[in-house]
Ligand binder design. Structure first.
Ligand SMILES: O=C(O)CCC(=O)C(=O)O
Ligand SMILES: [Fe+2]
Length: 287
């Protein structure tokens, strides 16, 4: 099968003309995405996955969700150490509970829809175009490259800024209630932290605008989370919320640190240890 054939099976290419890179339909879809990203840092491509595959998308996620690494972590919105020296009223001093759990890439079957999308070169090119990037690369990390983000009832993925510039994700199973993706477009910028606004959102005070996305399984979400504070609100009801996180980088060979990897997944692989060693030594030569 051709590379495009694989994508065409999964994506509604009548609605999203990925069959014709740089064609008129492709450029229109990219133009819409780029304009909305520039304005709000977020763009949703509704029903990106063919509606007849949405139940498969859901069951494939539900099948691997029990393999997620569960550990409630105490964090802050900036993902900096909790013992960082900060003024008492700094929003980074507010401690939140991160109750979401990740199924890492090495436990996601290669033939799962989310994995087939993640590695598709046409998909990657389309996403890069939407973000205005010359190209992108799979995160070289064998665990964090592709994850299923599991938020169980009673848990949330609390308010935070991302450390990466851009995120690609897809809801695969909605919660019965709650579990809403909420974000504050451009609440900070490269020039200004706007701590008062951030604190107001974290404490639920003030009236800083918060947008809520009504996501459906199979919708593709493009998001720039460096400047837009965001969260998945607490999940209630009996059903877990699942979303696939497609992690890409703008340069090749990027891999997570040993410390962060152990925190997120409860284990590290030889690749993480080797990357740490070569970072220290400054070369990638064999011992
Ligand atoms: O699961 C989601 O929809 C949001 C995930 C997220 O914000 C993140 O992984 O940084
Ligand atoms: Fe995030």
């Amino acid at each position: 099968m051709t590379v495009m054939g694989v994508l065409d099976e999964i994506v509604d290419t009548a609605r999203y003309p990925l069959a014709d890179p740089e064609g008129e339909g492709w450029r229109a879809a990219v133009g819409t995405a780029a304009a909305e990203l520039a304005a709000t840092g977020c763009h949703v491509l509704r029903e990106f996955v063919r509606p007849e595959l949405v139940e498969t998308l859901r069951t494939q996620g539900a099948a691997i969700a029990p393999d997620a690494y569960y550990k409630v972590e105490r964090v802050n919105a900036y993902n900096i150490p909790l013992d960082s020296e900060l003024p008492q009223d700094h929003p980074g001093a507010i401690v939140l509970e991160r109750g979401n759990a990740f199924v890492p890439r090495d436990l996601i079957p290669a033939d799962a829809l989310i994995h087939r999308l993640y590695v598709s070169e046409v998909f990657q090119r389309f996403v890069a175009d939407c973000f205005g990037l010359p190209g992108l690369h799979e995160f070289a990390d064998p665990l964090a490259g592709l994850c299923l983000n599991v938020v169980a009832p009673g848990m949330s993925h609390p308010w935070h800024f991302d450390t990466n510039e851009f995120t690609v994700s897809m809801l695969t199973q909605p919660a019965e209630a709650g579990g809403v993706f909420e974000f504050c477009p451009n609440i900070r910028s490269a020039e200004a932290e706007n701590l008062d606004d951030v604190r107001a959102v974290l404490t639920g005070t003030g009236d800083h605008p918060v947008r809520r996305l009504d996501l459906r399984p199979g919708d593709l979400q493009l998001f720039q989370g460096r400047f837009s504070l965001h969260r998945v609100s607490p999940v209630s009801g009996a059903v877990q919320r699942h979303s696939a996180i497609f992690a890409y980088t703008d340069r090749p060979g990027v891999i997570g640190t040993v410390e962060r990897t152990r925190q997120l997944f409860g284990r590290v692989l030889p690749d993480h240890v080797a990357a740490a060693a070569s970072a220290v030594r400054g070369d990638r030569l064999l011992d």
